[in-house]
Design a protein. Sequence first.
Length: 329
Amino acid sequence: MKLSWKHPYAPAVAAATAIVMTALPLTASGASASEASASGTSTPDAKTSAEKDTAADADAGGQARLADKPAAGGLAAGEAKGGWNDYECKPSEKHPRPVVLVHGTGGNKIDNWLGLAPYLKKRGYCVFSLDYGQYNGIPLLHGLGPIEDSAAQLDTFVDKVLDATGTGKVDIVGHSQGGMMPRYYMKFLDGAEKVNALVGIAPSNHGTTLSGLTGLVDLIPGLGDAVDGLAPSLMQQKKGSDFINRLNEGGDTLPGVKYTVIATKYDQIVTPYKSQFLEGPDVNNVTLQDLCPADISEHLAVGLFDRLAFHETANALDPANAEPTTCTS
């Protein structure tokens, strides 16, 4: 149901909805400079290293930034040879599977991955990202539509990547909703046979209380309808929702898939942060502050900027060559 603005509760609902939407994990272009500085660059030495890596990654990131502008041969620049979403990329013996990046609620295939995609590309991975969950014609801010529909889009995209790379399985890395939604794809759309590993960065695996804000839905008449009209995926990610209950019924994991969850205790969006963790075989739950107490990244920074989270992601993708994650990683 979509709320009519003639409804007597409309003013109160609009105000409360604004509060909820303000809490959305939006795109990297909307993140503040203070969030960037509060990421995993916990020491002066680490910050210098991160700045150098950022400069070294500029070429790959720059191609992605132009993803919607035509390039030679009719390809989008983000799909040009050498960047991520390069459909001519063939996985190497060292990294035999392509990596599919799945953005969070309100994100998109470019902004969400300006940090991690070049990081993985530089390490020799074939990296791909998709837009999903487009809703009501809203530009740039995706992941808003029903999660079941988004999972179907991921299904189609994974098949496209597998066909292009000639491989049998992918590794998936997702931020926020993007770390949880692939579990629906694997459980209900037979995706598990196509996935080797799932790395969730601050994933909404068991729903969220949104630092208590989801309680407003029960207190303000019409608020749930208003939020659902703006972005159905928000209500689906509420702790205790029918979607979340169905997703986790019968257990968190599926046989044959390796799971890693990377969380920060300062997460203010997917709360409580330990609700992100999974139970089951082949699960590695990581709290960044256990690796570096000085890391102060919150929900946005952990996916967009945090070098420790990036390092742990690389470890999860290549556990045989994993290196310890420290404050200077």
